[in-house]
Design a protein around this ligand. Sequence first.
Ligand SMILES: NC(=O)c1ccc[n+]([C@@H]2O[C@H](COP(=O)([O-])OP(=O)(O)OC[C@H]3O[C@@H](n4cnc5c(N)ncnc54)[C@H](OP(=O)(O)O)[C@@H]3O)[C@@H](O)[C@H]2O)c1
Length: 263
Amino acid sequence: MELGLKNRKALISGASRGIGRAIALAFADEGVNLALFGRDEKRCAEAAREISARHADLQVVVVRLDFEQPGTIKPAVDAAVRQLGGVDILVNCAGGAHRGRLNEIPDDAWERYFKVKPLGLIRMTRETLPYLKQSDQGRVINISGTRGREPEAHSMMSGPINFGTLSLTKAMANEFGPFGITVNAIAPGSTATRRWTELVNITARERGAAPEEAEKYLLREVPLGKVITPEAVADLAVFLASARAGLISGCAINVDGGRTRSI
Ligand SMILES: NC(=O)c1ccc[n+]([C@@H]2O[C@H](COP(=O)([O-])OP(=O)(O)OC[C@H]3O[C@@H](n4cnc5c(N)ncnc54)[C@H](OP(=O)(O)O)[C@@H]3O)[C@@H](O)[C@H]2O)c1
């Protein structure tokens, strides 16, 4: 299938590791030039080197950005777009959450994580929008999470962070549609990044079990019985960014092995 992504230009937040990095690699395989945003410049530079080793012809720009310093977002976006010579795709992937129940999460953690998602996502999108309007294939892809649809007491923070992201996705799709820009969300279930390793270790400790047993326990509610790979999330991001997905907007698609119970 011809995806129409060759020579397109993408900004990806949270590209230093995990899902964002997998999306960067998958976009590169389709010929997309990239700006990789992250706090950890060294990790972003490693990702950039990996991409350049596979695709010497691609332009890969590394941009240090910490969403806890909102004043730095606009200059970072402007610089990246200037270097790439435009932008067609924005992937808002940066995020995370403090684990725990309501009384286990301190105020400063709520504030710190909300500055990344959804606040960082809002600011990054606002600064990129004037440039996206100049593209003939504008795309925004927001990485949400299944807890946004099905909150759980033990992951109290993941609910509002990801629910807010879903709501913003729909409203942005309405607002940006007249400019030919699609906006969609991907809601991953538990994905094999460092967060999954943490969760497996916590569960193993809590249950007095080996990590392999804890992993089986965590996967008992996943009909397909497998942990989600960052690459599976990246495959959907590639499709949503492509010319083939030009009439899909305002959607949120789970990549969760079937775990979410609602349709
Ligand atoms: N893994 C899962 O099970 C799962 C499930 C549902 C949803 N998600 C969502 O998927 C996205 C990626 O998660 P992941 O598992 O790949 O996480 P990860 O491996 O921890 O990566 C998180 C990324 O966000 C960046 N980031 C965090 N705080 C930041 C800040 N203050 N400023 C700028 N960048 C910041 C990190 O940058 P540095 O490394 O440079 O600090 C990193 O690139 C998140 O939005 C998460 O909510 C993940």
